[in-house]
Design a protein around this ligand. Structure first.
Ligand SMILES: CC(C)(COP(=O)(O)OP(=O)(O)OC[C@H]1O[C@@H](n2cnc3c(N)ncnc32)[C@H](O)[C@@H]1OP(=O)(O)O)[C@@H](O)C(=O)NCCC(=O)NCCS
Length: 173
């Protein structure tokens, strides 16, 4: 049976920064550093670490199936015009990469796209995904657009709820 994907959209100019900034502050005070792959260095080593984090978190996406090999991941997600390391937000606890929120640039079509948001299982439920997406909200503006889109499996309740908390609404794109 065909999956009825949940299509969500946010206008970044409507984003309630004052409401969500405390999540960013809470990360900082609890020792979690928010940064981007661009700031950290878009190096082969860091791309490999991003892949490992994405692979681990993707195991919890309903019906995700087997994850890409690194070569496939690189070809499909990194070696593409929409990839921009400034859109890849990372959460680090010391040296450990505990979360990612990757957004790609589709300005030619008028939007950016939230590709993957993931938090390592032991760090979930503490607002890290909200903090990462708040930290990265300016990426849409960097791309000259305000529309942010994302797509979820209908059974992915945590991810859908997380985006609705941030103000994403159903869309028919
Ligand atoms: C979705 C995911 C990124 C959420 O990360 P997180 O850091 O645990 O989420 P947060 O603590 O920031 O929670 C933010 C909001 O999400 C919702 N949420 C998070 N976990 C939830 C759960 N298990 N059930 C229902 N809602 C949940 C809540 O609305 C929550 O806000 P609240 O605490 O004010 O109620 C995480 O569960 C994950 O990595 N899942 C696997 C990967 C995945 O499915 N990614 C999405 C596909 S791209």
């Amino acid at each position: 049976m065909a999956i009825e994907w949940i299509r969500l959209q946010l206008d970044s100019t409507d984003f309630d920064l004052a409401r969500f900034r405390p999540y960013v502050d809470k990360c900082r005070t609890s020792g979690i550093r928010l940064t981007t792959l661009s700031e950290l260095g878009d190096t082969p080593e860091n791309r490999r670490a991003l892949y490992e984090l994405n692979k681990e978190c993707s195991a919890d996406i309903p019906e995700r199936g087997e994850f890409h090999t690194f070569d496939e991941y690189h070809r499909l997600r990194i070696d593409v015009p929409s990839y921009d390391p400034r859109g890849v937000v990372l959460a680090l606890d010391g040296e450990e990469w505990i979360g990612m929120a990757a957004t790609s640039d589709h300005r030619g079509s008028g939007y950016v796209f939230n590709e993957m948001t993931g938090v390592r299982a032991g760090h979930r439920g503490r607002g890290v995904s909200i903090a990462m997406k708040t930290f990265g909200i300016g990426f849409a503006g960097l791309c000259g657009v305000s529309t942010i889109r994302t797509l979820h499996h209908p059974a992915n309740t945590p991810a859908i709820a997380m985006n609705r908390t941030l103000g994403y609404v159903d869309a028919d794109w």
